[in-house]
Ligand binder design. Structure first.
Ligand code: SF4
Ligand code: SF4
Length: 225
């Protein structure tokens, strides 16, 4: 098992534990606003105007408002803390970007106004062969080969110079300035943000689990309200 796999397996185990804790926490918050004496569960069908129905509406407001805002605030803190760490200039993130979308799909998304796709296609071009991409970060590509069912496309940025410099640094797009924007992204060991990612990992997993649980409750509540 390579280190990328070890990293991701440990992540999955930890995520399961954290997810269950988050379910408990959110359930407690929703139970705190349950009308006294009301029998029945949050996701069952209540009559319109009944106490149970009002509880469901308040729960939806709590999930959309206070609880979502807490997640957003915490995520901003996590991203702000990234500023304490520095890029080490290894250039792996310029040499290898992976996407589930083909170059044609990305172009189409960009033409349809997708901001990320617009920035991505403004710098990254596809590798001619998988072998070229593999040479950049073999462990990661091996992991993707074994674990990812769908197609993965590999890209690199031609603005990178032979001595690992960005030839258009002043004009690099926001996705380069914000990298790594996702605290759960796989980062190479030599990346200067690995220490950040490792340190905030439990919080990032907790926030991810909360988003999943909030989405679950929101969709179920919308079905029964
Ligand atoms: S624009 Fe510069 S910083 Fe961004 S991927 Fe290309 S070389 Fe790297
Ligand atoms: S992988 Fe990390 S250290 Fe390497 S260039 Fe990108 S941000 Fe900098």
């Amino acid at each position: 098992m390579n280190t990328v796999e070890q990293q991701l397996n440990a992540q999955k185990t930890l995520y399961r534990e954290i997810f269950l804790k988050s379910v408990d926490e959110i359930q407690k918050r929703l139970d705190q606003i349950k009308p006294e004496g009301l029998s029945g569960e949050l996701l069952e069908k209540f009559e319109a105007g009944s106490a149970g129905h009002e509880w469901q509406k308040k729960s939806l407001t709590l999930l959309n408002g206070e609880i979502s805002q807490e997640v957003y605030r915490k995520l901003q803190e996590v991203l702000a803390y990234r500023e304490m760490f520095k890029c080490q200039g290894c250039a792996t993130c310029c040499r290898l970007a992976c996407s589930e979308f083909s170059p044609e799909e990305l172009k189409e998304k960009a033409a349809n106004g997708d901001k990320f796709a617009q920035q991505f296609t403004s710098i990254f071009i596809p590798y001619e062969t998988r072998e070229e991409a593999e040479a950049v970060y073999p462990e990661y590509i091996q992991h993707l080969k074994e674990k990812v069912d769908g197609e993965v496309y590999f890209y690199h940025c031609p603005k990178l110079t032979d001595d690992n410099r960005c030839s258009d640094y002043e004009n690099r797009p926001q996705i380069c300035r914000d990298f790594p924007g996702n605290p759960l992204a796989v980062l190479p060991e030599k990346c200067g943000y690995r220490a950040w990612k490792d340190e905030i990992n439990p919080v990032a997993l907790m926030l991810h689990s909360m988003v999943e649980i909030i989405d679950f409750y929101k969709s179920k509540l919308q079905e029964v309200i």
